[in-house]
Structure formats: structure tokens, C-alpha cells
Design a protein around this ligand. Structure first.
Ligand code: DX5
Ligand code: ZN
Length: 221
């Protein structure tokens, strides 16, 4: 299986949502960042906007929930029809129960780790997940610089996934562009979120294609 490209619409022109998503119609998902001003120091949008993206029916939605109390609020994102729902490990009290609830609603389930969160305590949870997200910036804002220091965690995650013979996808999010995507792919990531690299490019469609080609070339698992 090839790589998965999931552009973040966080910094797209939100007043023209449909045409902004059409620009990236060659992607696999639209990555929608939900921020609550508590888990991260920024507020984006919640369920109604996510539902609007789903209604456009252009791309399946990969929801990234940067919100407190994920146990309480995350299942609704699966219920409204997100294809994939990712909650943060740091914001979930019962991640296994939550993962099962999300799956029971028919969505894929992802769990995200902030840069300072170690993967070790979560290795035994991998079998409950469809995807692990290793953040490559401190969550909260688009346009930040890629943290190369996270590549060790990506490598450890890939090793743990292979060792357990699991099919868990490994996503990286933050500062991904044509250069950094090479490093992340070589470290073992196979799902790539890119916000500013795609929406600041002259041609978002072409940028998605470029990122896909480069990542496929360096895919390492
Ligand atoms: C950061 C978000 C990212 C971000 C990506 O908290 O989770 O999805 O918008 O944007 P870039 O690619 O600009 O870092
Ligand atoms: Zn994100």
C-alpha cells in the first residue's frame, strides 16, 4: 500500500470551504483540526464545521481533536460521519474504551502524542488503533517548523507496529513539506498531514501530487 496524504485545512480560506477542498481532491483525506482553546492555546471550530466539510462530500474527513475531555466529546465526531477520528492520548482517561466507542460508530480511530509524550506506555494499546499520530510540532498552530527530534519516536513506533505484526498507520503532522516529508517517510511514517505546504503553494493540487511522489519514493516499512 502506498502513502496517505491528508492536507490540513486549518489555514485554508474558510469562507470558501468547498472550493478550498476541491483544490485538494487528489488527496486521500481532508485533515480537519479541532481546537478548544484549552488543550491547545487556539480555537478553531467544532462539530458544525466538521459536518459542513462532510456534507461537501469531496473527501473523507480525518478529524484531529486537540480538545480536553476526549472521552466525552470525541465519539460524536465519529457519529456525524468522520472517516477517521484522532484523539490525544493526553486528553483521554480511558483510551481503550474511547477507541472502541469510535470504532463502534464505524470510523477509524487514531491516537495522537504531543512531542513530549513518550510512546512506551502506549505500545500495548496499538492493537486498539487504526492509526498513531506522532506530532512533529507542538499542537495549536499551522506554519510551525518541523521537529526533527521526533524522528526517534517515529522509528520506535514503526518498530513496535512491525514487531506486533499490526496494520496501524503512522501519521506525522506539523511542518511537513517536500524536504521534511523525506525524513518522516524514511523514519517509518506513511500518513502525512501538510497544511501550509499545500495551501501556500501556487497550485495545491500539484503540491499534493509532489508530496505523494516524494513520500512514496522514501517510504520505509
Ligand atoms: C497543528 C495541526 C496541524 C497543522 C499543520 O496543531 O494539528 O494539522 O495545521 O499545519 P502545517 O503543515 O502548516 O504545520
Ligand atoms: Zn492536525
Amino acid at each position: 500500500m502506498g502513502v496517505t496524504i491528508s492536507p490540513s485545512i486549518l489555514n485554508c480560506d474558510i469562507a470558501n470551504l468547498a472550493s478550498e477542498i476541491k483544490k485538494i481532491r487528489n488527496a486521500d483525506y481532508a485533515h480537519v483540526d479541532v481546537m478548544d482553546n484549552h488543550f491547545v492555546p487556539n480555537l478553531s471550530w467544532g462539530l458544525p464545521v466538521v459536518e459542513a466539510v462532510i456534507r461537501e462530500n469531496i473527501l473523507p474527513v480525518d478529524a484531529h481533536l486537540m480538545i480536553e475531555d476526549a472521552d466525552r466529546y470525541a465519539p460524536a465526531y465519529a457519529e456525524v460521519g468522520c472517516a477517521s477520528v484522532t484523539f490525544h492520548a493526553e486528553a483521554a482517561i480511558a483510551p481503550i474504551r474511547l477507541a472502541r466507542e469510535i470504532r463502534a460508530q464505524g470510523a477509524k480511530v487514531g491516537m495522537a502524542l504531543r512531542p513530549a509524550t513518550d510512546i512506551t506506555p502506549y505500545i500495548d494499546l496499538l492493537s486498539e488503533l487504526d492509526m498513531l499520530l506522532v506530532m512533529t510540532v507542538e499542537p495549536g498552530f499551522g506554519g510551525q517548523a518541523f521537529l526533527e527530534s521526533m524522528m526517534g519516536k517515529v522509528r520506535r513506533a514503526r518498530k513496535a507496529i512491525s514487531a506486533a505484526n499490526l496494520q496501524v498507520a503512522l501519521q506525522v503532522d506539523g511542518g511537513i513539506n517536500r524536504e521534511t516529508i523525506t525524513k518522516a517517510a524514511e523514519a517509518g511514517a506513511d500518513v502525512f498531514v501538510a497544511g501550509s505546504a499545500v495551501y501556500k503553494a501556487d497550485d495545491a493540487f500539484n503540491e499534493v501530487e509532489q508530496l505523494r511522489q516524494i513520500a512514496n519514493h522514501h517510504l520505509n516499512h
